[in-house]
Design a protein around this ligand. Structure first.
Ligand code: CS2
Length: 485
């Protein structure tokens, strides 16, 4: 047998499951065929290691309504790989206690929206479908998405079928409401009676989802191959922690109890959880991503183990962001986050997190800056993070290594950053006043702009680590003065 035929033959598939179970790997034993009850848009790593495993647990418990038709929005490669593996993929869950492989079995079918849109519309309109879930990333929330969903809902209405629970699971503020607005606009444009039907029959819960799931690396695929003996092109690594908090707002009210029994937190108001997560976890992530990219630290685990960065992130969460939050246990969430960031098994690339920063920053930083300014809290670390982003946009690290700015506004932002590279004040005038990123108020706040300018100037002169040390020394001496008053 040649290497090639050995490679193509030995792929993860249903027939492999008994052998994997015998090796101590957790595998699905539930039936994995039939009509899916869930259509999921956005087949990325996050969904497969988070929600799809919750659905897998429900299926394993005997509730056959949670099989998923997984829709990749554009790229066919992953959907086709999963199809070739009978929808199966392995997840390596790593905690301080060690790591364990698990095979997820909730994805029963796949499709590609760009390649077969009619199939997606039909799936949304299928009698078995009860839920439509989404992880299409921040930039996915455009009119096209609303139109795709509205077409499926129109077919449901025509067929006299019940409404759906339509749950956005992206890192947006009020993600359910944003998706609802998008779908209502598209429904109205199709037909006003459809808009009434959607408003009356479909539910758009807000939802906070949390699990760190880095994109798979060649190392992870090699580890999967070693653990499973067969190849798995869709393998992933993640942490043990996961959290899904969802608003009690369902097309079928009984689903709340079903999800709660699987470990999902069902609440009347998701906002306190969403604020804490977007601002503490994602806000810190984007800060470390920009800092790490500039300084040449490739993964979050390396950033957070540098004492200067750990101190900075701890201070950011404790002094500037945390006191504004309504989540009652935010300081425990912060402490857990510091440990999660340091998980050495994750190898979470700073460049992956820095991708699409222009779409992520609006949820992650400006609400905290505005809240801190209103509450009289410090904003020095948030200003440092903003400055690090501006330095990041130049596309070359401090060792002179070039990297790509992957962002829908990347070309424009990089051109602005490079045009003013040596002049912090001009950079901040160009990049700190973009209302699409910072909103209406911060671009006019001279105190804020001056703080960002000072930090960018120090980064330019002293390097990222030098500027960080100087900031910390200044903050320490301010604390000292306050203590001595
Ligand atoms: C990260 C998130 O890539 C990013 O922007 O901040 O994917 C983060 O890992 C998840 O939201 C964690 O729940």
């Amino acid at each position: 047998m040649t290497m090639k035929s050995a490679d193509t033959a030995a792929r993860l598939c249903s027939a492999c499951l008994p052998a994997l179970a015998a090796r101590g790997i957790t595998v699905p034993t539930h039936a994995r065929s039939g009509a899916p009850g869930v259509v999921h848009l956005g087949l990325g790593a996050f969904h497969r290691a988070h929600q799809a495993l919750v659905f897998d647990a429900l299926l394993q418990g005997g509730d056959a309504r949670w099989g998923v038709l997984g829709v990749a929005m554009r790229s066919a490669a992953l959907a086709d790989s999963l199809q070739a593996q009978d929808g199966l993929y392995a997840v390596q869950v790593a905690s301080s206690a060690g790591s364990q492989w698990q095979v997820g079995g909730a994805i029963w079918q796949t499709a590609v929206a760009a390649r077969e849109p009619a199939q997606v519309v039909q799936a949304i309109a299928a009698p078995s479908t009860r839920w439509l879930t989404l992880t299409v990333t921040e930039k996915g929330y455009g009119p096209e998405l609303g139109q795709l969903i509205a077409q499926g809902l129109a077919a449901r209405q025509t067929a006299g079928l019940p409404g759906l629970t339509i749950a956005s699971c992206d890192n947006l503020v009020g993600n359910g409401r944003q998706l609802q607005a998008l779908c209502m606009t598209a429904a109205k444009a199709l037909n006003p009676a459809l808009a009434d039907w959607v408003a009356g029959r479909c539910a758009f819960p807000n939802s906070m989802v949390d699990r760190i799931v880095p994109a798979a690396t060649p190392q992870r695929l090699a580890a999967a191959r070693e653990a499973l003996v067969v190849a798995d092109e869709a393998a992933l690594g993640t942490e043990a922690f996961w959290e899904w908090v969802i608003e009690r707002r369902f097309a079928d009210a009984a689903d709340g109890a079903v999800l709660a029994a699987a470990g999902v937190t069902v609440v009347d108001d998701v906002v306190p959880f969403e604020d804490a997560k977007l601002r503490l976890l994602n806000g810190s992530h984007t800060a470390m991503a920009c800092m790490g990219a500039v300084a040449g630290w490739p993964v979050i685990g390396e950033c957070i183990t540098k004492p200067a960065v750990r101190g900075f992130i701890h201070g950011l969460m404790t002094q500037e962001v945390g006191p504004q939050l309504a989540r009652p246990d935010w300081s425990a969430y912060r402490d857990a986050l510091l440990a999660r960031f340091a998980n050495p098994a994750l190898q979470h690339s700073v460049h992956q997190i820095a991708t699409d920063s222009s779409q992520k920053i609006p949820q992650r930083w400006p609400p905290s800056v505005l809240g801190a300014l209103r509450a009289g809290l410090p904003v020095e670390r948030l200003a440092f993070a903003a400055a690090a982003w501006m330095r990041y946009l130049r596309g070359t690290d401090e060792q002179g290594q070039a990297y790509a700015i992957v962002d829908p506004l990347g070309g424009e932002l990089q051109a602005l950053a490079l045009a003013h590279a040596g002049d912090a004040a001009a950079s901040v005038q160009a990049l700190g006043t973009l209302t699409a990123i910072w909103g209406e108020v911060l671009p006019r706040d001279q105190r804020w702009l001056a703080l960002v300018t000072r930090n960018l100037d120090e980064i330019n002169r002293l390097g990222l680590l030098g500027a960080l040390a100087k900031l910390q020394a200044e903050l320490d001496s301010q604390q000292g003065i306050l203590r001595n008053l």
